[in-house]
Design a protein around this ligand. Structure first.
Ligand SMILES: *Cc1c(COP(=O)(O)O)cnc(C)c1O
Length: 422
């Protein structure tokens, strides 16, 4: 029951949610995750939920592989080859053929490898590194240092102006596929083609797209890509990231972090460096095996899942959530900063709290939501983020989140009856 006569619960929305959930072919995947039915988890774009089978697999990794087999596990349990093996499990999710993705290190470190590696493929006359001006900060910080080390300079460019900014001085364009704050999806095929037409290379950051929508790295001729695995890929906190180097660039890829694990003969222990061929060239040193194998186990939930189906459900979920917000939230309290057209939308909805000092404080609103079991997150100064992870979020979750949001906003802004005069 609603606590405000002006905004009753909408049985029609709840009925539609139930119908959409029962027609949803991906709904059965929810039980693969350690989620209870008490709350609504809409923060999988920050930390994906735990697949239920991972703790059991990790118990085996720790007690048997490490505890009993010890050093033998590097060979006999496949620890040594895990980065390429897991890279090949991620590859189909981002539209890459095998042999081009390697798992390891953080996204930040892989941004460094990719940007320096790409700049080293460009002639000296190309002295600019274009960086998505709205980028997740770490990419910008790393690109700045990478540019400084390679004698280039960073030019921040709003994604909408990137195509026009590409030119004979561009070495590389580093772009976030989906904007972490607004959820805007950038035109990966178009910008990659424009970069190539200008003689430049691309580095795409897939942190907010991999596992949520088809990426098509090979199909669109992307040069380099990086991404994390703890968001939509559910790999766990601090799970290893990955690096994609297109097959055509692998032989020339000159990694700025040539550790012994990327050596052609690591156990030759030679003083001189000779790089391995293929994806292994993107490795650095000893990988974080426990996190790596937790990620490998977590990837099992993608068995038999088509990313196209995930995308279809993601768009339906975000459409439905926006419709519910429209119905449950009094006008003028929030505005979506997530694009409406499907080809410009990732898998999250970001709502800006409106009204300046008179309006709701977004941080406070999110605390209230979390206290009521609806977990999204807050990005300063005024954005509420709701991530929709199609493998475990359903339509009833979307309806409930919007309904609770409406109540919290009416309370905190005094838009509720009676409270208006207080
Ligand atoms: C989440 C995210 C990162 C995180 O980088 P880490 O090195 O894993 O901390 C980087 N870039 C983007 C675009 C992200 O969304």
């Amino acid at each position: 029951m609603s606590d405000s006569p002006g905004f009753p619960d909408s049985p029609d929305l709840q009925e539609r949610a139930a119908a959409l959930d029962s027609a949803d072919g991906l709904a059965k995947h929810r039980e693969l995750f350690a989620l209870d039915d008490e709350g609504v988890y809409l923060d999988g774009n920050s930390l994906g939920a735990l697949p239920r089978h991972v703790p059991g697999r990790m118990a085996d990794v720790i007690t048997r592989q490490w505890g009993e087999m010890r050093i033998r596990s590097w060979d006999e349990s496949g620890w040594w080859t895990a980065p390429e093996r897991i890279g090949d499990r991620i590859a189909p999710l981002v539209g890459a053929a095998a042999g081009q993705v390697v798992a390891g290190d953080s996204t930040s470190v892989n941004v460094f490898k990719a940007v320096v590696g790409a700049v080293r493929l460009a002639p000296e006359s190309r002295d600019e590194v274009l960086v998505d001006a709205s980028t997740f900060p770490t990419d910008g910080y790393i690109a700045e240092s990478a540019a400084r080390m390679t004698g280039r300079r960073v030019v921040p460019v709003a994604p909408a102006d990137l195509a026009a900014a590409l030119g004979p001085r561009t070495a590389v364009a580093l772009v976030n596929h989906v904007d972490y704050r607004t959820g805007r999806l950038q035109d990966l095929p178009g910008l990659t083609a424009a970069a190539h037409a200008a003689g430049a290379l691309t580095v795409w950051d897939l942190c907010h797209s991999a596992g949520a929508l088809p990426v098509g790295l090979d199909a669109h001729g992307v040069d380099f890509a990086v991404g994390c695995t703890y968001k939509y890929l559910n790999g766990g906190p601090g799970a290893p990231a990955y690096l994609y180097v297109a097959a055509r660039h692998q032989a020339a890829f000159d990694s700025p972090l040539p550790g012994w694990h990327s050596h052609v003969d690591p156990f030759g222990m030679t003083p001189g460096y000779a790089p391995a061929d293929g994806a292994a060239r993107g490795r650095v040193g000893t990988p974080d095996i426990l996190s790596m194998l937790a990620l490998e186990a977590a990837l099992d939930v993608w068995e038999g899942v088509a990313v196209e189906d995930v995308r279809e459900k993601s768009l339906a979920l975000t459409d439905f959530f926006l419709e519910c917000v429209d119905r449950y939230v009094p006008e003028g309290l929030v505005t979506s900063v997530t694009p409406v057209p499907h080809h410009e939308r990732g898998s999250q909805v970001s709502l800006r709290c409106e009204g300046g000092a008179e309006g709701a404080d977004a941080g406070e609103v999110m605390r209230e939501l979390v206290a009521r079991g609806v977990v999204g997150d807050f990005r300063r100064p005024d954005v509420l983020r709701f991530g929709f992870t199609p493998l475990y979020v359903g339509f009833a979750d979307a309806e409930r989140a919007a309904r609770v949001l409406g109540r919290v906003l009416r309370r905190t802004t005094g838009a509720d009856l009676g409270e208006a005069q207080a």
